[in-house]
Design a protein around this ligand. Structure first.
Ligand code: NAD
Ligand code: DAU
Length: 335
């Protein structure tokens, strides 16, 4: 099977490519990535020389480049996206362009080339916030941020392409991922690396907001299962079942690093901040998936990974991210 993985130089995409190459000796991967600030070929170190792996540096919004990459492709797995909520509040345009228009370009390519499978990687954020209970796949979408609204737009296009043109689309909606190679703007890697540097962890609002955490390889296993055995036209929620508020996560990281609470800095809340995400995952479980990792163990291992891989994140924090973060501070968004 030859798979076009878009956004494969990002956090989840790179973990997914590693998993596919490990698990499926007969699979070939074309990693199609624009290398935005979040795309990083360091995430794929060690596999570049694998004859089953090929990298294409291009934009999913470029129909010609996408068409050129489609030769022999059996399936598309679309991870490519602008993915950070805070950045979408600062500037939604790139989110709408990549997450909606880019998805449309890929769906057109899937249609023209009659691919066997098109997997749209989406998020639990499209459902919006829920105080009690959990969302199922048929619940209505009520996104709160420009990011989640753009992801919902991509989902709608994927569903429409299935209904109208018979493109074999499947959507996965996962909860918050964490693990190695996550860009240190998201809460877990940001807080780990800040604390390691003796810097403050900027906790939004009262720290009571709840996310459901999933270790990245558990999500990748579920995506692999859906890619091979999922039913076309369907949507699958993928959650870790580890709901935790932000203050508790912060304390777990502090404890793992043997640091104290002085490193917590209370900062103004995110605009439109969703209070809680929660999804019902019985559908993907019926397909045969269950998370393999305990939250506490995988969080500790994740902390250890960032402790052992300063080479990976220090240059990110000294470069583009440092500039962005300084601008956020100056505009009052972070303190
Ligand atoms: P990421 O920001 O780490 O990586 C995104 C990747 O997409 C980068 O390599 C980037 O260069 C690439 N990209 C961006 N725009 C592109 C374009 N126009 N053309 C080609 N490549 C482009 O993101 P992530 O955290 O790995 O998320 C991957 C996907 O999973 C996204 O679609 C995101 O919405 C979804 N998701 C993420 C999470 C999470 O917790 N991180 C949870 C649920 C769903
Ligand atoms: O739920 C899935 C989503 O999870 C994905 O679709 C997104 O791509 C991914 O970025 C993530 O979105 P969140 O907004 O939930 O993740 P983030 O790490 O930005 O924030 C997690 C929580 O931590 C949220 O309640 C806001 C809070 N937070 C975040 C940052 C960056 C802070 O308190 N301080 C911070 O500095």
């Amino acid at each position: 099977m030859k798979i076009l993985v878009t956004g494969g130089a990002g956090f989840i995409g790179s973990n997914f490519i590693r998993l596919l190459l490990d698990k499926h000796p007969d699979h070939e991967i074309v990693n199609f990535d624009k290398l935005t600030y979040a795309g990083n070929l360091d995430n794929l170190k060690g596999i570049e020389a694998d004859p089953r792996y090929q990298f294409v540096h291009a934009d999913i919004c470029d129909a010609e480049a996408v068409g050129a990459a489609m030769a022999g492709i059996d399936a598309i797995v679309n991870f490519a996206a602008e993915s950070h909520v805070d950045r979408s509040i600062g500037g939604p345009a790139d989110f709408i362009q990549t997450d909606i228009y880019g998805t449309y370009v890929l769906l057109e390519a899937a249609r023209r080339h009659n691919v066997g499978r098109y997997i749209q990687i989406s998020t639990d954020e499209v459902y919006g916030s829920i105080r009690d209970g959990s969302f199922t796949e048929t619940d209505r979408l009520q996104p709160s941020s420009p990011y989640s609204a753009s992801k919902a737009g991509g989902d709608m296009q994927a569903m429409a392409y299935h209904t109208t043109f018979g493109v074999p689309t499947i959507i996965t909606r996962s909860s918050n991922n964490f693990g190695p190679y996550q860009y240190p703007e998201k809460i877990i890697p940001l807080f780990i690396t800040n604390m390691m540097e003796g810097k403050k962890a900027p906790l939004y609002g009262d720290g009571a907001n709840v996310r459901d955490w999933i270790y990245v390889t558990d999500n990748c296993e579920a995506i692999d299962l859906v890619l091979h055995d999922g039913e076309v036209g369907e949507i699958y929620n993928i959650g870790g079942g580890n709901e935790c508020d932000n203050l508790s996560i912060t304390r777990l990281i502090l404890a793992a690093l043997h640091k104290d609470e002085e490193l917590i800095e209370r900062v103004p809340d995110r605009l439109g901040h969703d209070f809680r995400y929660s999804i019902d995952c019985s559908k993907v479980k019926k397909l045969g998936w269950a998370p393999a990792r305990s939250f506490e163990d995988s969080l500790r291992e994740t902390v250890d990974w960032y402790v052992g891989n300063r080479w990976w994140w220090e240059k990110i924090k000294n470069g583009e991210f440092a500039k962005y973060y300084k601008e956020q501070y100056e505009s009052g968004n972070k303190s």
